[in-house]
Design a protein around this ligand. Structure first.
Ligand SMILES: NC(=O)c1ccc[n+]([C@@H]2O[C@H](COP(=O)([O-])OP(=O)(O)OC[C@H]3O[C@@H](n4cnc5c(N)ncnc54)[C@H](O)[C@@H]3O)[C@@H](O)[C@H]2O)c1
Length: 270
């Protein structure tokens, strides 16, 4: 197992997205060379615009469903539409991105002898029957439902990671990311934190489903980025590891916090 190979660029797939662009920032801040690869299906050039003039930053428009080769010293594989609104728009593209993207990036890691981290998801647990979910819990996923293109795609990617590791000795890390929020979340991607904030900023009422008592954990982006970078730096730790905030909050608490913070005349509707 290896750590990032010094002297070579770090490849960040999905680098123009919400989390990918923050990861690019951190890597550049640490003096690394960064190759940011994205097809802009949900990413945004504005997220990485400030990096374009940096001589250690390079942007490549490419789709991970197709093979890619570059002399890289490590790979963070983040490319994948992440919100239900986006990943359900073209389910076949979503599952191809996870599966073909994993095969192509693992092939590159194998050729380069470089470590690779997969941005997996808490959704690999599906509709869990165990709370909270330990990493050994194998999940409860519907393979034919409308979320399967994302959940099963990510599960298959994890399978590929561990088979490349066992069969070819590829140095892998698998991080199962729980809800993360922060600046650069796309305004219209339908995730609950950005939904509430946008509704409050527009002075609209905040829509809470049910009685608002169901809870989620919310991790701030910089903690998450710190987590995946520490994971990458740990050559003996393949994971999978759960990454997120241990504390849960109800949807009602979240809505109240957003209204209090944003101010204005929004109310909560059920
Ligand atoms: N944000 C979260 O709460 C969360 C939770 C669990 C897992 N994740 C995972 O973390 C990763 C990043 O999520 P995010 O929130 O930044 O989402 P995002 O949509 O902002 O970023 C994903 C990026 O990947 C790019 N992309 C998608 N398909 C691609 C393809 N085929 N080829 C090249 N680029 C492609 C998009 O254009 C975008 O820039 C995703 O893999 C996601 O599944 C995120």
């Amino acid at each position: 197992m290896t750590s990032l190979i010094d002297g070579y660029a770090v490849l960040v797939t999905g680098g123009a997205g919400f989390l990918g662009s923050h990861l690019c920032d951190r890597l550049i801040g640490e003096g690394r060379e960064v190759l940011c690869l994205d097809n802009f299906v949900t990413g945004n050039k504005q997220n990485i615009e400030h990096l374009l003039d940096n001589h250690r930053f390079e942007l490549v428009r490419h789709d991970v469903c197709f093979p890619y080769y570059a002399e890289v010293g490590g790979i963070y594989n983040l490319a994948c539409p992440a919100s239900p609104r986006h990943y359900q728009r073209d389910p076949m593209f979503t599952i191809k991105t996870s599966v073909m993207g994993a095969i192509n990036m693992l092939g590159l890691a194998k050729r380069r002898g470089a470590p690779i981290l997969q941005a997996s998801t808490s959704e690999v647990y599906g509709d869990p029957t165990v709370h909270p979910q330990p990493e050994i819990y194998t999940g409860n996923v519907d393979p034919i439902g409308i979320r399967a293109c994302y959940d099963e795609g990510k599960r298959c990617a994890e399978t590929l990671f561990f088979d490349y590791h066992r069969q070819n000795g590829v140095s892998i890390r698998v991080a199962r990311i729980f809800n993360t929020y922060g600046p650069r979340m796309a305004v219209g991607d339908g995730r609950v934190v950005s939904n509430f904030i946008v509704q409050a900023l527009r002075g609209e009422d905040l829509t809470v489903y049910g009685d608002g008592s169901h809870s989620r954990s919310f991790c701030y982006f910089d903690d998450l980025i710190e987590g995946i970078m520490r994971h990458m730096a740990h050559p003996s730790e393949t994971g999978p590891i759960n990454l997120g905030n241990e504390t849960e909050h109800t949807m009602l608490e979240l809505a109240e916090t957003v209204i209090r913070t944003v101010g204005g005349s929004s109310r909560i509707t059920f």
